[in-house]
Design a protein around this ligand. Structure first.
Ligand code: MD3
Ligand code: FE
Length: 207
């Protein structure tokens, strides 16, 4: 499998169409129990263009007052996050071989004009565990660089069904989503179709 940079391994079309449909149903069930919400940038309070929810023991969120963090409950309903679907836990085991299960699964939902600026994921305690990303729906241009913001970057296209593991030296690399590519050819599978253009699931150890 292509190692894009040391520690970053892309598995193109890891999920076939049937598995993508099963995952879309699982994600729709998560959203039914934990509605999509909008996180805000620390201090400025500017809304992020990606809507999100979570499953697992801990979920990622951000608001103006308290910034980026993991919480055990949904910020609007106050309910615990629903469990991580078995299908995703199985992919984690198969692709990461990490000895502990993921504690958090962030569900990012992109509209056609959503993007995510270049950033590092540093809100976790355990930087030794890998991060697993699974994409559904529209292609996107995914950008990654090095451990410094000023390091050279390059971009790859992520497509529906692709899985990506970021471990080792790649764990603290800067990364982001430049843009969503036209979603007409690869709409989200039903019953997610009405929610947006692209869904990305990110599984992590936190503590
Ligand atoms: C590389 N999400 O939620 S997934 C994020 O497509 C995030 O929604 C993007 O970046 C998305 O934080 C990218 C791929 C990804 C996730 C975490 C990483 C790449 C990563 C952590 C370290 C290095
Ligand atoms: Fe990230």
């Amino acid at each position: 499998m292509p190692e894009i940079v040391p520690g970053a391994v892309l598995y193109p079309a890891f999920l076939n169409a049937a598995a993508q449909r099963r995952l879309a149903q699982d994600v729709a069930d998560v959203i039914a129990h934990a509605p999509l919400f909008t996180s805000r940038m620390p201090k400025s309070g500017l809304p992020m263009s990606v809507r999100m929810t979570n499953c697992g023991a801990l979920g990622w969120m951000s608001d103006r007052e308290r910034g980026y963090r993991y919480e055990p409950r949904h910020p609007e309903t106050g309910a615990p996050w629903p469990p991580i679907p078995r299908l995703l836990l199985n992919i984690w085991d198969e692709l990461t071989r990490h000895p502990k299960p993921p504690e958090a699964c962030l569900v990012n939902v992109y509209s056609d004009d959503a993007k995510m600026g270049l950033h590092q994921d540093r809100d976790e305690v355990d930087f030794d565990a890998p991060i697993l990303s699974v994409s559904l729906g529209a292609d996107c241009r995914f950008r990654f660089g090095g451990r410094k913001r000023s390091d050279k970057t390059s971009a790859v296209t992520l497509a529906s069904g692709d899985a990506f593991v970021f471990g080792g030296a790649a764990r603290l690399c800067f990364h982001g989503v430049d843009r969503i590519l036209p979603s007409i050819l690869t709409p989200l599978p039903e019953p997610l179709a009405g929610q947006g253009a692209r869904v990305n699931l990110t599984l992590r150890r936190v503590t």
